[in-house]
Design a protein around this ligand. Structure first.
Ligand code: PRX
Length: 665
């Protein structure tokens, strides 16, 4: 099975089932088209109407959006709802409670091990958020300050995000799978005074010593000049069991510090453009960048997409997104979108294959989940375990499925549709990015005929274009580079602390457009098929990793003089990391060295970035100006050296044959 088999010429169509259409927020393709046209032709009216669903302490002035996308006309800037004041924590919690919904379940939490469960209502969640917010205030955190979060997926994690938002602090969640060094890099960039973590947790059968990793990270950060003043530790596992200790004067445990705080904390009304969070993500060059999202527009994007794309009916649906809050999907479609809607959701700390490959479907049955959103890599991994793990559970509550993070291959799509969804649940294949904040190209379940493997049509207010390499807009069916012609409310505003990098990365290649980094095809129906990254960004199991990051981790090993990383197709992960490594003169390659190199990447970035293959390379194919020709490396890695094309520009064409001979050595 290849993640990219099947041409998009396939005539296969799945029409929205009547049972979905009849209750959907947007019913039928004609209604979508009408609303879409309005959203483009009268953007201001469209978003004004949508924004009325939320509470604004002060209303905005006209126009609703001000921007410049074109560097030729000055610096790039984007602002929405200027003049308005709001608070996303108020909108996600207080607003519902004031409407009498305080007893509604916000989270059904399911822990790593079966039998670990908690139920948290909206009132209870608000009280938890307020206690955390009060603790933050007690240690001096103010509006605009950064707070880093490094936790497992327990209710305290979204609660801590909302607590920051409540007082106008800026959260930066770092996924609990990142290593101490990666966490240190992020802490050094955002320089928080406070870090919130937990002692440790289990991931499947494996203990994850989160606090010990934080200690290592903060030691690195201290050595480089930034000292964190306060560390709040949720004692999920006893500290001693995970080799963790508390540093007096800096570290406090949750039970003592937070539980005694008052259950109420007034919200801080902040300008719509006040920073809400930073989330670090990989690009084609350099260190991960802090993508900065602001309050008002992000809130509106999260609300409208959760409502319309998942068609959530808050009184009857139970929604479950399997993402961790360490990624953008967990920000928008765990913490913010569902809570802004007042929905009930499942929060699952574990992994889909623990204790067995039927866990997801056991959870679906247990909580009567009706909307289920996950990544293609999980779908492929579960598919590989066989249908019996799925079919032994009823799944009769499911009515809608979603996919995110990478292109879903049609074979996995069909299995998801037929076996998991019993042929009755539409699949929303949602294309978007950390930078976009919310869904951009996606079907609407009651409106869009589906084609397996296709993200289909733009969401409201989103105006994509396809460019050729010269930056010319292509019309009709075509293939090229996906860009956006205008801003949407939830788009990133800048790279934290580096606006020049923001302009350079997203706005310099094609003047007047936001450059997505993805390639795509548009078919005769106007449907968009995302073909994957056109830059040096890898997508491994839906995790975004820069080739440059892995290369610099490899060369941190004393025996490695140079490294070049490419992606190869992988049946479960979508892409696997394939690394060509040149050793110092006099160093011999060995299996031990291979293991050490992989361990170095795990240590510097995290286990999910470990290369699958280390290919010894006495030399790398380079142009005469010294540029590594990754195109050639990709062909060698995927055993297609018979299709190398023109290699006459290589400084030393002999290197190719050497590399082919060393494959598998
Ligand atoms: O290449 C696209 C791919 O994931 C990239 C964004 O990664 P990240 O910022 O980590 O956000 C992932 C969750 C939104 C995109 O540039 N991608 C994401 N969703 C899809 C996708 N590729 C194809 N189809 C999708 N549905």
């Amino acid at each position: 099975m290849s993640p990219h088999e099947d041409a998009p010429s396939s005539k296969e169509r799945f029409m929205p089932p009547d049972s979905i259409v009849s209750k959907a927020h947007v019913q039928g393709l004609a209604s979508y088209q009408e609303l879409y046209d309005k959203s483009i032709n009268d953007n201001e009216a469209f978003w004004t109407e949508q924004a009325e669903q939320l509470h604004w302490q002060t209303k905005w002035s006209s126009p609703i959006c001000k921007y410049n996308f074109n560097l030729d006309h000055g610096p790039v800037h984007i602002s929405w709802f200027e003049g308005a004041e709001t608070n996303i924590s108020y909108n996600a919690l207080d607003r519902h409670i004031e409407n009498g919904l305080g007893d509604r379940v916000a989270f059904y939490w399911e822990g790593n091990d079966e039998g670990q469960e908690r139920t948290v209502t909206y009132s209870e969640l608000k009280a938890m958020v307020c206690r955390i917010a009060n603790w933050l205030k007690s240690v001096g955190v103010k509006r605009g300050d950064d707070v880093s979060l490094y936790m497992a997926l327990v209710p305290e994690l979204p609660a801590a995000m909302l607590a920051c938002a409540r007082i106008g602090a800026v959260h930066s969640v770092v996924f609990g799978g990142f290593s101490a060094e990666a966490l240190a890099d992020r802490v050094l960039d955002s320089r928080p005074a406070v870090v919130i973590t937990s002692s440790g947790t289990m991931r499947g059968p494996k203990p994850i010593p989160l606090k010990a990793i934080v200690d290592d990270a903060l030691n690195i950060s201290e050595g480089k000049g930034h000292s964190v003043q306060h560390v709040l530790v949720l004692e999920q596992l006893p500290l001693a069991d995970v080799g963790a200790s508390l540093r007096p004067g800096r570290d406090v445990v949750w039970r003592e510090a937070v539980d005694s705080q008052p259950d109420d904390c007034p919200v801080e009304w902040v300008p719509a453009e006040a920073p809400l969070f930073k989330l670090y993500t990989s690009g084609s060059t350099g260190k991960p960048k802090g993508v900065l999202h602001t309050t008002g527009g992000y809130m509106l994007g999260a609300l409208t997409t959760t409502k319309l794309v998942f068609d959530v009916q808050p009184t009857t649906d139970v929604y479950w997104c399997t993402a961790d809050c360490g990624w953008i999907t967990g920000h928008t479609y765990v913490t913010y979108g569902p809570l802004l809607l007042g929905a009930t959701q499942v929060l699952f700390e574990g992994v889909p294959t623990w204790p067995d490959a039927g866990r997801c479907w056991a959870i679906v049955d247990k909580y009567k989940v009706s909307i289920f959103y996950t990544a293609p890599t999980a779908i492929r991994a579960l598919h590989a375990r066989g249908d019996a793990w799925v079919t032994r559970h009823s799944r009769s509550s499911l009515r809608l499925l979603g996919s995110v993070g990478e292109p879903i291959n049609p074979e996995a799509w069909r299995w998801y549709h037929e076996v998991v969804g019993g042929g009755r649940c539409p699949i929303v294949d949602t294309w978007w990015q950390t930078e976009t904040g919310a869904h951009m190209i996606t079907p609407l379940p009651g409106a869009t005929p589906l084609k397996p493997g296709c993200a289909t049509l733009p969401f409201f207010g989103v105006e994509p274009a396809v460019l050729n390499e010269r930056g010319e807009e292509l019309q009709g069916p075509c293939e090229g580079i996906l860009v956006m012609k205008r801003p949407w409310p939830s788009m990133m505003r800048t790279v934290a602390g580096d606006h020049a990098r923001f302009e350079q990365t997203y706005f310099s290649a094609f003047r007047g457009y936001y450059f997505t980094g993805d390639g795509c095809r548009r078919d005769a129906d106007g449907y968009y098929w995302i073909t994957g990254r056109v830059d040096d960004v890898l997508n491994v199991s839906g995790h975004r990793i820069g080739t440059a990051e892995v290369e610099s981790a490899l060369v941190a090993h004393p025996s490695c003089v140079e490294a070049a990383v490419v992606a190869v197709e992988h049946p479960i992960k979508g892409q696997a990391i394939y690394a060509f490594v040149t050793l110092m003169t006099g160093v011999d390659h060995s299996d031990d060295l291979r293991k050490e190199l992989i361990a170095t990447v795990r240590k510097i970035i995290g286990p999910f970035a470990a290369p699958d293959v280390i290919h010894w390379a006495p030399g790398l194919p380079k142009t005469r100006s010294g540029k590594i020709m990754r195109r050639v490396l990709r062909k060698i890695a995927s055993k297609e050296e018979d299709q190398l094309g023109d290699i006459s520009t290589l400084a030393d064409p002999g290197v190719v044959q050497q590399l082919v001979e060393l494959r598998g050595k």
